[in-house]
Design a protein around this ligand. Structure first.
Ligand SMILES: *[C@@H]1O[C@H](CO)[C@@H](O)[C@H](O)[C@H]1NC(C)=O
Ligand SMILES: *[C@@H]1O[C@H](CO)[C@@H](O)[C@H](O)[C@H]1NC(C)=O
Ligand SMILES: *[C@@H]1O[C@H](CO)[C@@H](O)[C@H](O)[C@H]1NC(C)=O
Ligand SMILES: *[C@@H]1O[C@H](CO)[C@@H](O)[C@H](O)[C@H]1NC(C)=O
Ligand SMILES: *[C@@H]1O[C@H](CO)[C@@H](O)[C@H](O)[C@H]1NC(C)=O
Ligand SMILES: *[C@@H]1O[C@H](CO)[C@@H](O)[C@H](O)[C@H]1NC(C)=O
Ligand SMILES: *[C@@H]1O[C@H](CO)[C@@H](O)[C@H](O)[C@H]1NC(C)=O
Ligand SMILES: *[C@@H]1O[C@H](CO)[C@@H](O)[C@H](O)[C@H]1NC(C)=O
Ligand SMILES: *[C@@H]1O[C@H](CO)[C@@H](O)[C@H](O)[C@H]1NC(C)=O
Ligand SMILES: *[C@@H]1O[C@H](CO)[C@@H](O)[C@H](O)[C@H]1NC(C)=O
Ligand SMILES: *[C@@H]1O[C@H](CO)[C@@H](O)[C@H](O)[C@H]1NC(C)=O
Length: 450
């Protein structure tokens, strides 16, 4: 986290947390330009040497424009927004087909061709407007695909504002997995019957919801100059999570993040695990969310832990400490607690002899427990394991034996919320070590020799 972010975080502490979220989400690789104009460029994207994860993630920032404009790789597709959730918004123009009384007056095919990123089939729609219009969207899916829609009308008053259902405007979905398309248009009668209110047909791919049809667009001849946003899906590499994890050097998901197989085409994405936020592609990118500050869930004392949090009550109070639970209330002094006071009244000698015997009893119990633990450690091969490990340490290959206390802390005292699975011989918990690493901890059922 750079100083700017830190300052923002301190400021947000007093104001609100949305600023912090955008601050973390916009992270570029350290030492790299994080913005082009007002576009945030988060890693794996980058502009400049060593700032992008691979050639497809390069952003050209052209400063001859004011404000500067960002382009995908070294091409001419302008980038409007990059989301770490695996999509980016680019900008393209509409294809058009215009007529006057002597026939076709202008015609423009439009399309894009992408090296790697597919056009989102869920977040875009192919859209055409016109009253004498056949619109096709074509491209390559290994083999050629072609789809489209048609729209006809005989009077402007037939069209319905806000409705793209085939009268003046039509829409269809884009096939899954396509990395390019071109838009083609044609007409039945050269617009000759509709020329006075609709001289042109237009076709464009647009982000779902970003275009709203209005009847007035049928006569609008400025559409040939308009641009429309399109969503592309981006993924890392061309392997599945399983394959990528086998090559740790190239694996893009850093600590406290999980891998997700891409839905549209090959490759994978990374996501911070629950309780963390930030950029999962950067070292230390996924930062713990301080739920205590963000949610203020406790009426008692709030304890933020890596990836989680819990509530407790201060000394002298009882309850679970949660705002939605029992909260905290002063401890009621009960009969048994006032007992020692009575004892004092009965006599100091009785009290001291009671204290002494309980001290002896507790001491014996403690010693017995320690001995039992040692015995179990030996019985279960602990001594042997320790010997083996010390031998391996010499070759630089090590593992670690954790104390029961460390495991207890890592699992928030084997809290139910940390359970990830139950088996015949024990329960598996999600643990977070003091250095922030996530681990699985299996606790055997007490007394099960297996
Ligand atoms: C970036 O600037 C454009 C206009 O220059 C504006 O429409 C857009 O909302 C801005 N984006 C952000 C994220 O501020
Ligand atoms: C980043 O993009 C540039 C320009 O396309 C390319 O030369 C470079 O190899 C890319 N970086 C990596 C790590 O692939
Ligand atoms: C920036 O854009 C201008 C105008 O389109 C173009 O002439 C120039 O070559 C571009 N520069 C870069 C570095 O792409
Ligand atoms: C129709 O458009 C063409 C090409 O733009 C132009 O040459 C022609 O003069 C136009 N005809 C009329 C009648 O406007
Ligand atoms: C279009 O519809 C309106 C109202 O329904 C009507 O007055 C007008 O004559 C129609 N125009 C044509 C060219 O049919
Ligand atoms: C449709 O919207 C346009 C402007 O956006 C307006 O002029 C027109 O009256 C509207 N038509 C209907 C039928 O609502
Ligand atoms: C689309 O336009 C209509 C009227 O022209 C309006 O009522 C509606 O809210 C608009 N929808 C969006 C998503 O902008
Ligand atoms: C449409 O115009 C073209 C020339 O631009 C012409 O060859 C064709 O016959 C016309 N079709 C109709 C149905 O008018
Ligand atoms: C489209 O843009 C060009 C140049 O950018 C301009 O000359 C032309 O008049 C514009 N057309 C319309 C219909 O706005
Ligand atoms: C996957 O990507 C690597 C490197 O980017 C490339 O060498 C390989 O040919 C690709 N494999 C497939 C099946 O596209
Ligand atoms: C209180 O809220 C927390 C977090 O929202 C939740 O995990 C917990 O189960 C809730 N407890 C009760 C008793 O509703």
């Amino acid at each position: 986290m750079d100083l700017r972010c830190l300052l923002k975080e301190i400021a947000t502490f007093a104001v609100n947390l949305t600023i912090l979220a955008t601050c973390v989400a916009g992270h570029a690789k350290p030492g790299c330009q994080s913005k082009c104009g007002n576009l945030s460029i988060p890693y794996p994207f980058g502009t400049g040497n060593g700032c992008n994860i691979s050639i497809n993630f390069f952003i050209t920032c052209n400063t001859t424009f004011n404000p500067p404009k960002a382009f995908l790789t070294t091409g001419d597709l302008e980038v409007l927004y990059i989301s770490l959730d695996g999509y980016l918004r680019i900008q393209t123009a509409a294809g058009y087909d215009c007529y006057n009384s002597s026939g076709r007056s202008s015609y423009q095919i439009r399309g894009i061709r992408l090296a790697k990123f597919p056009i989102s089939h869920t977040k875009n729609k192919f859209t055409a407007i016109g009253c004498d219009t056949y619109a096709y969207v074509q491209g390559s899916l290994g083999h050629t695909y072609s789809t489209g829609c048609l729209t006809f009308c005989y009077n402007t008053s037939d069209g319905i504002n806000g409705s793209c259902s085939g009268i003046g405007c039509c829409q269809t979905v884009i096939p899954k997995g396509v990395r390019g398309y071109s838009v083609r248009l044609s007409s039945s009668y050269n617009h000759s019957y509709v020329l006075d209110f609709n001289p042109c047909s237009y076709g464009f791919v647009v982000e779902d919801g970003a275009y709203n049809f209005s009847v007035s667009h049928l006569a609008d001849n400025s559409f040939s100059n308009k641009t429309f946003p399109i969503i592309l899906d981006w993924t890392i590499g061309n392997q599945t999570c399983k394959e990528a994890k086998m090559h740790p050097l190239n694996y893009a998901c850093k600590e406290n993040s999980a891998c997700i197989d891409a839905e549209n085409g090959p490759g994978y994405l990374c996501k911070c695990v629950y309780g963390f936020q930030g950029n999962p592609y950067l070292l230390h990118g996924c930062q713990d969310i301080n739920e205590c500050d963000k949610l203020k869930p406790c009426s008692g004392t709030c304890h933020n832990t890596p990836g989680s949090y819990y509530c407790s009550c201060p000394e002298g109070f009882e309850g679970d400490g949660w705002k939605n639970g029992t909260g905290c209330r002063p401890k009621v002094v009960t009969q048994s607690q006032s007992f020692p006071v009575l004892v004092v009244a009965l006599g100091v000698s009785l009290l001291s002899s009671l204290l002494f015997s309980s001290w002896v009893y507790l001491g014996l119990k403690q010693r017995k427990l320690t001995k039992l633990k040692q015995q179990n450690f030996q019985q279960n091969g602990g001594t042997l394991l320790r010997e083996q490990l010390s031998k391996r340490e010499e070759c630089g290959e090590t593992a670690k034996i954790f104390t029961a206390e460390e495991l207890k802390n890592a699992t928030n005292n084997y809290h139910d919320s940390r359970i990830v699975g139950r088996g015949g011989q024990g329960t598996v918990y999600k643990g977070i070590l003091s250095d922030g690493r996530s681990v699985a901890i299996k606790k055997s059922i007490i007394g099960d020799q297996n």
